[in-house]
Ligand binder design. Structure first.
Ligand code: GDP
Length: 333
């Protein structure tokens, strides 16, 4: 394959489900080069009619909770029993990427990664957490155009990523450990409340009883919440990727949630809000890049920070001045 494809070649490859082109397109989306960004924008524009038909499931939990093991089993179950084509996008802000793969990630989801109906891709999260949604969104659309009808977005729960998942997925599945204590898991009440479905993992062997107890505790805590507009209250389940128990129930619960969201029109509303959120994010990113790429503006910013820090200048005044200079630069371009 020649090194650089044009947008039509990307589109043709994507809509025929060419995985090499899909992987290349995601890399293109992650590139910071202006010419790559222009090209991927063209591709995204052209594939829009082929997107939006998947179910996007966000899966979050602390490291070690069993995310990759769960996804391996859940993915295989969905392929075998529901004839789904699954794309897994893993977003791990704490991992370093080496040429498109997370270090130590080779052994993760080994069987699923060999399945022709699955596509696994670690997403480059880059430096900013805010960037997660941006690139992941593009990856989702590319996967959808390539015919994947279930997109699993895996993130590590560290506070901000939950919000990013909420802004990206149709349903949010939070995986938790029994007996680890909320604080240990970094799970604040707000995060639990954000989840639509919660599952206590590793409910097998000696851990079964603890998992059931934790399920009851969490369900009780969440029962005090007001249901969302559709009448849904987060459900707490248990599962074991090792024995396979609870996997089907998780899928059924997710399906129930989606059906309800669909019926009440909330799913469409959520997606529209996510699109708008994406627009704002793209715009903010463009401005940020423009600011940091322009040497004079960068210097002005640094000087302003210095003067604001030393109380020589008020922040609102400095901000307005930078904006004026920024507009002047844009006009001069
Ligand atoms: P991740 O960091 O959240 O992706 O977690 P992993 O999927 O890598 O799992 C962490 C550890 O928990 C591994 O040693 C797994 O073998 C183990 N584990 C995962 N799922 C289960 C399960 O259902 N039961 C038991 N007993 N162990 C599990």
């Amino acid at each position: 394959m020649k090194a650089r494809l044009n947008s039509d070649e990307y589109v043709a490859g994507l809509i025929t489900g060419n995985r090499v082109i899909l992987a290349k397109a995601i890399t293109l989306a992650e590139s910071k080069l202006p010419e790559d960004q222009e090209l991927i924008e063209e591709v995204l524009e052209k594939i829009l009619p082929y997107t939006g038909n998947s179910l996007r499931i966000g899966i979050t939990g602390i490291p070690g909770v069993g995310k990759s093991t769960f996804i391996e089993v859940f993915g295989k179950y969905l392929i075998q029993n529901h004839h789904k084509k699954i794309a897994v996008l893993t977003v791990d802000p704490s991992s370093r990427l080496t040429q498109g793969s997370i270090l130590g990630d080779k052994t993760r989801m080994e069987e699923l990664s060999k399945n022709p109906l699955a596509f696994i891709r670690p997403s480059a999260s880059g430096e900013a957490l805010g960037g997660i949604t941006h690139k992941t969104r593009e990856a989702i659309l590319l996967c959808e155009a390539a015919g994947f009808d279930l997109i699993l977005i895996e993130t590590v729960g560290i506070g901000q990523s939950e919000t990013a998942v909420k802004n990206t997925a149709d349903v949010f599945l939070l995986l938790m450990l029994a007996g680890a204590g909320d604080e240990l898991q970094g799970i604040k009440k707000g995060i639990m409340e954000m989840a639509d479905v919660l599952a206590i993992t590793k409910a097998d062997g000696d851990n079964s009883k603890r998992a059931t107890e934790a399920q009851a505790d969490y369900q009780h805590a969440l029962h005090l919440l007001r249901p969302d507009e559709s009448g849904w209250r987060p459900k707490v389940l248990t599962c074991s990727a090792l024995s396979g128990t609870g996997i089907e129930e998780i899928w059924n619960t997710i399906s129930d949630y989606i059906k309800l969201q669909h019926k009440t029109g909330l799913l469409q509303q959520k997606r529209q809000q996510q699109e708008i959120h994406w627009l704002h994010e793209c715009f903010n990113n463009l401005i940020k890049t423009k600011l940091s790429d322009d040497k004079q503006l960068s210097i002005l910013f640094q000087n302003s920070e210095y003067r604001v820090r030393n109380r020589e200048l008020s922040a609102p005044h400095a901000a307005r001045f930078i904006l004026k200079e920024f507009i002047a630069t844009l006009k001069a371009d």
